[in-house]
Design a protein around this ligand. Structure first.
Ligand SMILES: [Zn+2]
Ligand SMILES: [Zn+2]
Length: 291
């Protein structure tokens, strides 16, 4: 089986599950069970709002670019060869430092040994928060993680879309649970195989998916409030000075990703603040005597 098919399988499977639950809710529940026309319309309107927002966010995450490293960080073939052939670490550091000075590159993070971060595969200096994805074989700005469910990396340009995808997924699931629970309770002892079995199967799926995405969303919201990516949460970055941090306080951290225009917060369109390769930093308050 080809790798391309295997990579596309998880998002196709997810979309299949979505349309299966959508069909079950629309036909088996709304048209076969719900008798009131007004209630039917209300249920369908809300379902479609969640469905459209989920699909929009999902495809925006899957199809949008993640954030490429700007050209000014890129080494020429000759320079790259010189760097690779340098015999000592000091010689390597000199080449990297001279390049940064010549191109006015601003870096606050470094390797754990204090050197400038460089990607040998992509032949460029890594801007702060940039990481190389081994699956995509490229570096991405503010890389969070590689997500097989959208077959794409999650990084600077699509992180907000990713958060909205999991937000609308759990809302879609909870909406399904909330509107079908009372019917399933009533029909528990006299189940109609044709309608109630599909509704129950989709209900079980909604419970599992809803809980998983709910926990996942709030884990990411916690990271967002601390201005950390998943990778930074696992391996905290090394700063050139010990007390530097990307954490600007919960409100500013949320604004950095969602932007200042509140009306765009719930739409999967890019509204993040910052360039993606230079981030505002602040100094950690170590104790009550520091400012
Ligand atoms: Zn790379
Ligand atoms: Zn990737």
């Amino acid at each position: 089986m080809s790798t391309a098919f295997l990579n596309h399988f998880p998002p196709i499977f997810l979309i299949f599950l979505f349309f299966a639950t959508y069909y079950i809710y629309t036909y088996h529940y709304c048209f076969c069970i719900v008798k009131s026309v007004q209630l039917r319309i209300i249920f369908m309107v809300f379902l479609n709002v969640f469905a459209i927002m989920f699909l929009w966010s999902f495809f925006a995450t899957m199809c949008s670019s993640v954030g490429k490293v700007p050209l000014e960080y890129k080494f020429s073939n000759n320079k790259h060869r010189n760097l690779i052939n340098s015999r000592t670490e000091d010689e390597k550091d000199d080449i990297l430092e001279t390049f940064c000075e010549d191109h006015n590159l601003l870096l606050y993070t470094c390797t754990p040994t204090g050197s400038i971060r460089y990607c040998v595969r992509c032949m460029h200096i890594k801007p702060d928060r940039t990481h190389h994805c081994s699956t995509c074989d490229t570096c991405y700005l503010k890389m969070d993680h590689h997500c097989p469910w959208v077959n794409n990396c999650i990084g600077f340009l699509n992180y907000k879309n990713f958060l909205l995808t999991i937000f609308y997924t759990y809302n879609y699931c909870f909406y399904y649970i909330g509107t079908t629970t009372s019917h399933l309770k009533q029909s528990f002892y006299g189940m109609n195989v044709a309608t109630d079995v599909p509704i129950t199967a989709a209900y079980g799926l909604a419970v599992i998916m809803g809980l998983v995405t709910f926990m996942f969303f709030w884990y990411h919201f916690y990271l967002l409030s601390k201005n950390e990516t998943t990778l930074e949460n696992i391996h905290p970055p090394s700063f050139i000075e010990d007390d530097l941090t990307f954490d600007l306080g919960t409100c500013q951290n949320i604004i950095e990703v969602f932007g200042q225009k509140c009306y765009l917060w719930f739409l999967p369109v890019f509204s993040s603040v910052s360039s993606g390769h230079i981030f505002i930093i602040s100094r950690e308050i170590r104790n009550e005597y520091n400012n």
